[in-house]
Design a protein around this ligand. Sequence first.
Ligand SMILES: [Zn+2]
Length: 419
Amino acid sequence: MPVAISPSFSAEPPSRCDSVWRGATLVTMQDGHYNLIENGAMAVADGKIVWTGSAADCPVFAGATQHEFSGGIITPGFVDCHTHLVFGGDRSAEFEQRLNGVSYAEIAAAGGGILSTVNATREASEDELLAQALFRLQPLLAEGVTCVEIKSGYGLSVESELKMLRVIRRLGVMLPVEVKSTCLAAHALPPEFKGRADDYIDLICETLLPVVASENLADAVDAFCEHLAFSPAQVERVFNAAKALGLPVKLHAEQLSSLHGSALAARHHALSADHLEYATAEDAQAMAASGTVAVLLPGAYYLLRETQCPPVDEFRKLQVPMALASDANPGTSPALSLRLMLNMGCTLFRLTPEEALAGITCHGARALGLQETHGTLEAGKVADFIHWPLSRPAELVYWLGGQLPCTVVFRGEVRGEFR
Ligand SMILES: [Zn+2]
């Protein structure tokens, strides 16, 4: 059996595999770059990639199913590392009201804004939340998302936060997609705690998080560090409680103002700091030192018609890994397309197409702590990938929205084809 040389293979070739995929250019995204393998081949066994390289060097695997594409590219499955897809109701009526001249203050006074989502989420049953989330997840899955993070944060009570987290866990069991669950109870102050934010933080730290951990309902803990949400000192208490329970942390930081939440996140070795429009050079340095991923969310920037961009040049210079995500949520980013975020990341934040694609593959995976198993096409990673009949990876970024034809493979099996 010939010994193949490939970027991800240095020992003896595997003796068996279930399937071989060839006839396309592999966009491996190793080390955050395209790292193309033209006329590539990939062997898959037990849902994992066991060999990648040039088709000419591919070992002969007796009995393996052969999949032959006629050109095109294969990318890693897409990772949407920041979403709020589980919530009750939607805010399309408010969207319309605002464009008809009704002010934010009037909408808030009438019980609108995040409070309306909290109320609708609290009132909804687990099954209702599940059905609504399925409706929103389908478009993401159709365009190639194979791994998605979903946050709680619209329940804002022990009971309702646990309900949201159970829905998130059920989605991961029901659907052919890897779902990571994040507890974002420190998202907003619930109305019954008005003026008592520290008491609500106590409830999160002392009552909610221990249950979340003991019932294995979350893979990480998040918070919203902002003047209209929680202070760095309050966030730090949540982080300390999460870490004591063995849960990694991440943070919504520097979206609307600079509180140096991203540097706080870095000090706590957070998986990621997200939004970051107002992050400073010092924040970026702290993130670089701790390996904290910068998650950029152009959907919210776009919808809020913000003008302050995240410091992309600083992140690039300091080699802070940059991820991109949909931030799918009812208020500021009702985004049901991750591929649209690729284009927005480039047009609004001036990422290169290669950086944008890394943002929803390898760096998106890193923002979830999945860098060892997801996000690139290389031996040892899960066999989540997408075939596109496109000439080059920049096309994924260039076409503005819409559903491109593709074949999505999840854990080595064809999950869906769109032709
Ligand atoms: Zn968010």
